[in-house]
Design a protein around this ligand. Structure first.
Ligand code: NAP
Length: 254
């Protein structure tokens, strides 16, 4: 299942970043590797991007492996944890970053477009969290960080499915934080605003300009802006923070 890897390290704590092959996930993977984690990153459709991310981490002196894993496939997630995580690595951090959009207005949105977005963005995070919690509970430590969105906080026309999933992630975060606190596992969410990635690359100029106009800092965010917030929540500096939502949105929703 692993397509590419540096020499695996049993000594380093491991951070699993779903959808870590490109965009925000890539920046998170690189930043956690910078901070001393062995990074396991997953992708679903673009192995070459995953290869490149691993190569960049290794070139910078870090440790990384990439795995093909559709987080919308619960059985595949369970198999992955059994084969690659359980009793194999010290899983210190899970970042539920994998996400997709299938935009459309309410009256035209098909059931399958609603279900697909919920299956990847929300149920995928739930299933990965459930599997990670088993391992982390045994170790009595762990950090789980869910990548939500400003859209889950404020809503967005044309993104009913995506907003529902991202709002659902906030409920998942707060409930898991309460349930897992006794095991010394913290669970937090990061809610990015509009970030320059493939996901936002297709916005037309007018829409982009209107978004930027609505952002007090007057720019789109960079993936690294989000990665640094995740790195903080994964660090010892955030040991007493759980059940929180850290917005990284240039002030567009306070
Ligand atoms: P992106 O550039 O489209 O990258 C998405 C990543 O998720 C890729 O690595 C992709 O793998 C992976 N992925 C997609 N479907 C998957 C699945 N079923 N199972 C496993 N991995 C899957 O997206 P992004 O902009 O970096 O967004 C990352 C996260 O931040 C998402 O949860 C998104 O909703 C959230 N977010 C983004 C923004 C923004 O403005 N960009 C704002 C707020 C929140 P492949 O490369 O193999 O397809």
């Amino acid at each position: 299942m692993s397509i590419t890897q540096s020499t695996p390290s049993a000594a380093l704590p491991t951070a699993l970043v779903t959808g870590g092959s490109r965009g925000i996930g890539r920046a998170i993977a690189q930043t956690l590797a910078r901070d001393g984690f062995q990074v396991f990153l997953t992708y679903v459709s673009r192995p070459e991007e995953a290869e490149q991310t691993v190569a960049e981490i290794v070139a910078a002196g870090g440790q990384a492996r990439a795995f093909a894993l559709n987080v919308g496939d619960s059985a595949a997630v369970a198999d992955f944890f059994a084969a690659e995580i359980k009793d194999k690595v010290d899983l210190a951090v899970l970042v539920n970053n994998a996400g997709i959009t299938k935009d459309g207005f309410l009256v035209r949105m098909k059931d399958e477009d609603f279900d697909k977005v919920l299956a990847v963005n929300l149920r995928g995070a739930f299933v990965c969290t459930r599997e990670a919690a088993k391992t982390m509970s045994r170790n009595r430590k762990g950090r789980i960080i869910n990548i939500s969105s400003v859209v889950g906080q404020m809503g967005n026309a044309g993104q009913i499915n995506y907003a529902s999933a991202k709002a659902g992630l906030l409920g998942l975060t707060k409930s898991c934080a309460k349930e897992l606190a006794s095991r010394q596992i913290t669970v937090n969410a990061v809610a990015p605003g509009f970030i320059e990635t493939d996901m936002t690359a297709n916005l037309n100029d007018d829409v982009r300009a209107s978004y930027v106009e609505s952002i007090p800092l007057k720019r789109m965010g960079e993936a690294q802006d989000v990665a640094e917030a995740v790195a903080f929540l994964a660090s010892d500096r955030a040991a007493y923070i759980t059940g929180q939502v850290l917005a990284v949105n240039g002030g567009m929703y306070c």
